[in-house]
Write a protein that binds this ligand. Structure first.
Ligand SMILES: *Cc1c(COP(=O)(O)O)cnc(C)c1O
Length: 397
């Protein structure tokens, strides 16, 4: 490729990177290599690949491409987002302490509370938006601070730079779950974060047809540690799934841009609607993290949550809506409506859910690629099904 005149934007780099064509054939799609083992030419010299858990060409193409997109040096592809996250947690050792955001993804909550203590790792949940609280939670043995921003499902914004500064002062690693944003909207390594993790099942894959995870780092030593863990744990992503993720990357910018624009318009509409008690979307000016998010990300993303009066209103709306699928997950071409109390956060005890604002009236919407007016019309007809007395007077703004 001839030298580019200026640094290419991520929109272009999603399509034009070192693996845009296959070096041996010129094919414009990366080949899927299913081999589990590789012939070696001599006892003295082994090739780049020997056994597919340790390295596979299709996976390598994805890992190199993704590292470039996050402005990292190395990326690692895992069998799921949770495989990426739990492998990253295995950088901790017995006796270490973890400071973690209280409104973390439900599966990460489960791993933290039920698996880490068995290995002698302590944890403290904090409101990660409150730097003073994070500072107070740090102990001499704190080895890692784990962020997720925007958080799930109430879309709280963590001040990434401030947490990174705090962590560096205390010699702690920082990890950030960037699933809701993707590198199109937020590049935490540029803000000083050590490890970025993703559920690639969501916006990166984008089509609800693959489960995958990614972890990305800049630092060489951390890269070696993660490589060792990926190979030791063995929760690698298979070659077919690597190919699907590579294909998803090609349209990621287009999907994120359209879905985020539609999410913004729906958030504004919901915010003005008398049936809705509260809207959580960092792209609304009344959101407490609006300015902060703008200072560290290039958009507010395509996920929003909104609160109805109670469970019966949720039931009526879910049953009346015809466009979004009602399902676990997010980040797809089709809009997905989900019920955090019964889905993503079911693993969390009810009192913990309540503390985090995950009420029985809360719904989360991941906006897909449908026409905006069609989605709004679908909400409008569904809200009509809620009985009159459930309509709350507008206290917003
Ligand atoms: C889905 C999700 C995960 C877990 O990813 P899987 O691919 O389902 O294992 C982690 N973090 C966030 C924010 C998620 O949405």
């Amino acid at each position: 490729m001839p030298e580019a005149r200026q640094p290419l934007s991520i929109q272009t780099r999603l399509l034009h990177h070192s693996h845009k064509t296959d070096a041996s054939t010129g094919a414009v799609s990366i080949p899927i290599q299913p081999a589990s083992t590789f012939h070696q030419k001599s006892v003295d010299h082994f090739g780049t690949f020997d056994y597919a858990r340790s390295g596979n060409p299709t996976r390598q193409a994805l890992e190199e491409t993704f590292a470039e997109l996050e402005n990292g040096t190395r990326a690692f592809a895992f069998a799921s987002g949770m495989a990426a996250i739990s492998s990253t947690f295995m950088m901790l050792s017995a006796g270490d302490h973890l400071v973690i955001t209280e409104d973390v993804y439900g599966g990460t909550y489960r791993f933290t509370t039920e698996i880490l203590p068995r290995h002698g790792i302590e944890y403290t949940f904090v409101d990660m938006t409150n730097v003073e609280e994070v500072k107070k939670a740090i102990r001499p043995n704190t080895a890692m601070i784990y962020m997720e921003t925007p958080s799930n499902p109430t879309m709280k914004i963590t001040p990434i730079r401030e947490i990174v500064t705090l962590a560096k002062n205390h010699d702690c690693l920082t990890v950030l779950d960037n699933t809701f944003m993707t590198p199109v909207l937020q590049r935490p390594l540029d803000l000083g974060v050590d490890v970025v993790v993703h559920s690639a099942t969501k916006f990166i894959g984008g089509h609800s047809d693959v489960v995958a995870g990614l972890a990305v780092v800049k630092d060489r030593d951390l890269a070696n540690q993660l490589k060792f863990l990926q190979n030791s744990f063995g929760a690698i992503l298979g070659p077919n799934d690597c190919w699907l993720i590579m294909r998803g990357l090609k349209t990621m910018h287009a999907r994120m841009t359209l879905s985020s624009a539609t999410a913004h318009d729906i958030a504004v509409w919901l915010n003005d609607h008398p049936t809705v008690k509260h809207v959580y979307y960092p792209g609304l000016e009344n959101h407490p993290g609006y300015e902060l998010n703008n200072s560290q990300a290039e958009g507010a993303g395509a996920v929003l949550s909104f609160e109805l009066s109670d469970r019966s209103a949720v039931k009526a709306v879910v049953e009346a809506m015809s466009i979004p699928v009602f399902a676990v997950s997010l980040g797809a071409v089709e809009s997905i409506l989900s019920y955090p109390a019964k889905m993503s956060h079911e693993a969390m005890p009810p009192n913990e859910r309540a503390k985090r604002g995950i009420t029985d009236g809360l719904l989360r919407l991941s906006v897909g690629l449908e026409n905006k007016d069609d989605l709004i019309a679908d909400f409008e007809q569904a809200f009509h099904k809620i009985s009159r007395e459930k309509q709350v007077p507008s206290l917003k703004k």
